[in-house]
Design a protein around this ligand. Structure first.
Ligand SMILES: *Cc1c(COP(=O)(O)O)cnc(C)c1O
Length: 370
């Protein structure tokens, strides 16, 4: 059962948010049990954000409501033509109890870029950020406080219009849900093995590789299953001979003299973790190269000792050293402390900023609960 509360004050965007409290919210003891061992993406908070867009009315009816199923016409365009995009960011609890998020302006801008590519309406940044604040205002208790835990925030947008003609939908929904996340590596960060997919590509030139859209993930599931069969946790995709990225994380190579090399391509998703790690490296005076990188360059560099390590990065896992790249006819092994030292120290520096353990010198953090 849910009841309507009085309307809230207008947001910065001039929209009036309606907040409907979940009257059957998770009991405190049950929530505490979930937060003690949240895993990833399995449990959801008591509320969600829901905004509508229509060609005639623009963005309207922003609301916070009890978490639950979304009524959808069977002809809703997303179910047929995959007109969908999403984002992923985290809310972090600092030692004083305050709740913060990391570079949400970047997620807002990326959601707009993804929207343009998928012919969806652009959500103004201030509404995006207000949606985070609105959800945290009712679900703050869901932000865990144990080390390296967070509340994962998942904004998404899709075509709701019931119409089987092929064109951009004229009715769209934006939603925000949240899911408590445990430490990604409860026993300490472990290097992962990566499978090099030769048969399948993630994205092609002019395709949707640079957009955060579900279709890119759907097409990665089969190669991902192949990776598991080979004893690997992730897949590396190529564009011809050039390295692209993993299914949901960007890739960086580390040289003997501490340079970071990361692929540049129109079909790579621009990671916010990647951009931040590269910035922290530049702050240390390290050289960062963003350019085309062939698989042969990695292979030869590893063989000669020029490339000493590699890591993957993304919001969920932050930074993960790569222990081995496995292909059907060769493998690259990075082992020993030198292979992950720089990756781990950049990871620590980034998480120290995110959890408020060191000064936020770049102004990356935004407080959500005040
Ligand atoms: C989200 C995502 C990333 C990582 O981006 P972050 O902003 O660092 O979380 C990398 N690759 C793909 C394909 C993604 O969808």
């Amino acid at each position: 059962m849910a009841i309507d509360l009085p309307l809230q004050a207008p947001s910065s965007a001039g929209l009036i948010w309606r907040v409907t409290r979940n009257e059957s919210a998770t009991p405190d003891a049950e929530r505490a049990a979930i937060l003690a061992d949240p895993g990833f993406g399995q449990h959801f908070t008591d509320h969600m954000v829901d905004l509508c867009w229509s060609l005639k009315g623009g963005w309207h009816r922003p609301q916070v409501e009890p978490y639950g199923p979304i009524p959808l016409d069977p002809a809703a365009a997303v179910l047929h033509y995959s007109q969908e995009i999403f984002e992923g960011l985290k809310a972090y609890r600092h030692a004083d109890g305050s709740i913060w998020t990391f570079r949400p302006d970047r997620n807002a801008a990326r959601l707009q870029r993804s929207a343009r590519r998928l012919a969806l309406p652009e959500l103004p940044s201030d509404i995006f950020i207000e949606s985070l604040r609105q959800l945290i205002a009712v679900d703050a208790d869901w932000v865990p406080s144990a080390p390296e835990t967070s509340l994962y925030l998942r904004p998404f947008m899709f075509a709701k219009e019931a119409f089987l003609g092929v064109r951009a939908a004229q009715k769209v929904g934006y939603y925000l849900i949240a899911s408590p996340a445990g430490a990604y590596f409860p026993g300490g960060v472990q290097p992962v093995n990566i499978w090099l997919s030769r048969q399948y590509a993630r994205a092609g030139k002019g395709g949707t590789g640079a957009a955060k859209t579900g279709g890119n993930y759907a097409s990665s599931l089969l190669p991902q299953a192949e990776a598991y069969e080979k004893g690997c946790q992730q897949v590396l995709f190529l564009d011809g001979r050039y390295i692209e990225e993993l299914g949901g994380m960007n890739l960086v190579l580390v040289t003997r003299d501490g340079r970071l090399i990361t692929p540049e391509s129109d079909s790579i998703l621009e990671g916010i973790t990647l951009a931040s790690i590269l910035q922290l490296a530049k702050d240390r005076g390290l050289t960062v190269e963003q350019r085309k990188v062939s698989i042969d360059e990695w292979r030869e560099g590893a063989a000669s000792g020029e490339i000493v390590g590699a890591f993957a990065c993304g919001t969920a896992a932050v930074v993960v050293p790569i222990g081995k790249l496995l292909a059907d006819d060769f493998e690259i092994v990075h082992e020993g402390p030198a292979s992950s030292e720089l990756a781990m120290s950049l990871r620590d520096e980034l998480t120290d900023i995110q959890y408020g353990r060191v000064a936020d010198r770049h102004g990356w953090m935004l407080r959500l609960d005040a």
